[in-house]
Write a protein that binds this ligand. Structure first.
Ligand code: TRP
Ligand code: SF4
Length: 335
């Protein structure tokens, strides 16, 4: 166990799908044995785009927690908490906001993308949405995280976090906020059931919350190599979604499948059936765990309560030093 701190969060915007699982959660399970880990449900971040739909927050939060736990993240090893429980994130966000140049936020690639792709459906031209990276910086710096596991999509935010930490330390002549490093972990890449990127907005996901029956239907309905009509047509596994899934769920058999597919010795239905069984071996136990967890709400609430306690200790410590560095608040006046 290394004496380093890892922090990561995920927004409660819907059910975790296999893309999220292999992109992030699987890593959390590994990291919790190696580092002091803080994993949180970013409900304030969900408000940056979903401020008008707060009725779904409770269900999404508990569902996400059940997904995380069923995947093997262990509250005995990692601190799991709800962002909005730790009000210090809001205070640090405010203080960072005072010296965050607007240009850093406006030029952030995720911001530009979202504005270009989304503004027709939802009004996200808000102060909160623009400030998203500063809130994320507050989340990270609050726990003085050494590492943040990041994929492509979050690396610009981490860069802003690092710049904000440097700026804060420079302005207030302090070293309170260490610069976090990105942790580039090898993630397995899974396409969606239609071969595009797995994404809720494409409707091509397989969720941990899907019933085993739904999963089976989705797998059996996957698109394969369109050139294969009869079993003895030679196939092109590299363009086949089923094959991409085999690489993740059925690694040992990949060379064999490739050969049989190219040689026209295996039919696509049999090939999918084989995959479906492998996915079920992985998915069904997680599905059953998450279902059982959701039936035990007191237990879920208790985990959030415990996490809140552990996280707030650390957050109080940081915010006390931050206030001292900024020279603001009663404590610093009294001293
Ligand atoms: N922005 C992240 C996402 O959309 C969630 C998040 C919020 C986060 N704060 C964070 C991730 C801090 C890592 C560290 O997925
Ligand atoms: Fe894809 Fe398997 Fe059919 Fe080949 S045999 S095209 S890998 S489903």
């Amino acid at each position: 166990m290394e004496n380093k701190i890892v922090l990561s969060g995920t927004r409660p915007t819907g059910n975790i799908h296999l893309g999220n699982y292999f992109g992030a959660i699987e890593n959390w399970v590994r990291l919790q044995d190696q580092y002091e880990c803080y994993f949180f449900i970013a409900d304030w971040h969900a408000l940056t785009t979903g401020y008008a739909e707060t009725d779904v927050l409770r269900k999404n939060t508990l569902g996400l927690l059940a997904d995380i736990l069923a995947s093997g993240v262990d509250p005995e090893k990692a601190t799991i908490f709800l962002q909005s429980d730790i009000k210090q994130h809001a205070e640090l966000f405010l203080l960072l906001g005072m010296n965050t140049p607007l240009s850093w936020l406006e030029r952030c690639p995720t911001y530009k993308d979202m504005i270009a792709n989304m503004s027709s459906e939802k009004d996200i031209m808000t102060y909160g949405f623009l400030g998203y990276p500063a809130l994320m910086a507050a989340d990270i710096l609050m726990y003085r995280a050494n590492y943040v596991p990041v994929g492509e999509d979050q690396s610009a935010h981490l860069e802003i976090t690092r710049e904000l930490a440097r700026r804060f330390n420079f302005l207030y002549k302090t070293e309170v906020l260490p610069e976090p490093q990105p942790l580039f972990t090898k993630a397995k890449v899974l396409p969606g059931t239609d071969g595009r990127k797995m994404s809720k907005s494409y409707g091509n996901t397989i969720a941990l919350a899907d019933t085993p029956d739904e999963v089976k239907k989705k797998v059996m309905g996957m698109i394969t190599d369109p050139a294969r009509i009869r079993k003895d047509d030679p196939g092109h596994p590299d363009i086949c979604t089923v094959y991409a899934f085999h690489k993740v769920f059925n690694e040992d058999k990949v060379p064999e499948i490739e050969e049989q597919c190219k040689g026209g010795c295996i039919g696509c239905v049999a090939c999918k059936k084989m995959l479906q069984e492998k996915i079920a071996e992985f998915h069904t136990p997680i599905y059953e765990k998450r279902t059982a967890l959701l039936q035990d709400e007191p237990k879920l609430l208790d985990i959030l309560r415990q996490g809140r306690e552990k996280a707030s200790k650390k957050a109080e410590e940081t915010i006390r030093e931050v206030r001292k560095a900024v020279k603001i608040g009663f404590d610093t006046i009294e001293e």
